[in-house]
Write a protein that binds this ligand. Sequence first.
Ligand code: ZN
Length: 498
Amino acid sequence: MNALVELKSELRAISDLNAAAMVLEWDQNTYMPPGGADARGRQIALLSRLAHERRSAKRMGELLSELSAMADAESVDGALVRRALRDYQRATKVPAELMEAISNHGSVLYSAWAAARKANDFEAVRPLLEKNLELSKRYAEHFEVDHPIDAFVDEHDPGMTAASLKTLFSSLRADLVPIVEALLARPEPDRSFLDADYPEEKQLAFAAEVSAALGYDFQRGRQDLTHHPFMIRFSSGDVRITTRVDPRDFTDCLFGTIHETGHALYEQNIDRAFDGTPLGAGTSTGVHESQSRLWENLVGRSRPFWEHMYPKLQATFPEPLADVSLDDFHRAINTVERGLVRVDSDEVTYNLHVMLRFDLECAMLEGELAIRDLPEAWNARMEADLGTKPPTDTLGCLQDVHWYCIPIGGAFQGYTLGNLMSAQFFGAASKALPELDAQLAKGEVGPLRSWLTENIYRHGATYFPDELIQRTTGAALSPEPFLAYLRKKYGPLYDVEL
Ligand code: ZN
């Protein structure tokens, strides 16, 4: 068998093992009864180990070295070899014992965190978190990097480093903090009508209608209920989304569904010939998040989109919304708040929450911030950026699961990268589609989706993020399009010069 054919067959087997593990994960997070937890954890771990063994196998190394000359080729197979080589190098860098120690400690830490968060008891989880930081540092030592966080960042957002992110984020933060201050100084929009009776069944039906209208293909996907919504891909023919419902607030289900639909539109529109290869996936966490945020915020919270959708929403929920004007509704779903919780925060303050986490994890990995000082550092930064101090650690440094189940580092920057990219991609799409606003106001999302498919989705992981952004927008990633978007949208909404 020739080496390329053998490589593709190996990659398909790895992809199938991963997909099988993901079906089990999907079930675990949707329908599995609690009693299934122990056996399910074991089953997923077994499939993950089998996939890892194949990914890091000696034969994989031989095939890739035989094919290494192809890694520079400007072809699909060239891109395939580049990705496979990268995955192999990452999979073989860290000793299996250390990976196992990290994974085992992650389970212990996760349970302790869940209890500590509930009890607002950071001290209870502190020693375990200190051990996680030690393991994270040991992991990073196996990579030749300038900063320990680069070992993690590179996995999720290839091409980015601590140095490039610090530059990007500090220029974003310098402009963002004054925008937030100016908006928070204005009167708050009336949101009282959002707190009303919104029957669950109607919410789910409306969210599914919106999802389908945006182009989510229910023949190749489905939506189910879960606690923490996510999108998951088993193959190009089966890309699923999940949601949750708060009967007193329809925005959680609706915007959550649009968010996951954005992730799914990316995955459903990747060239199907890439199935079973490393190219058959989004190219990075940041680019993936750019698509969920583009559909959720730049489309889903825009005035043109609701010109078309609002009468349908009013017809679905006549009791709370019949007397609420489109303008008032649009202001209410774009409220900027001094919030404490990242996942509940609006699109303006969201990045401040993310940059806080990124800076603190850099400081922890650098040895500049001790775990025992984490709560204080967290609270001080919240006061500096958002003018509010968490009353408890549950609402502070215990709120996110990330540091308490996987190594510390690299899990947050993708959210802000995604927000920045979403505005840059949307700007390029608007230039190519001069009628975009008018189209959205008529409910025509086809032209936008086709543009995104042509320029981003169909390529899967063929291009690394920096190359994709340059090709698609004609420029390197910059905070400017995002800042310009905020100024243009929120200045008039809050009647203030930004
Ligand atoms: Zn997302």
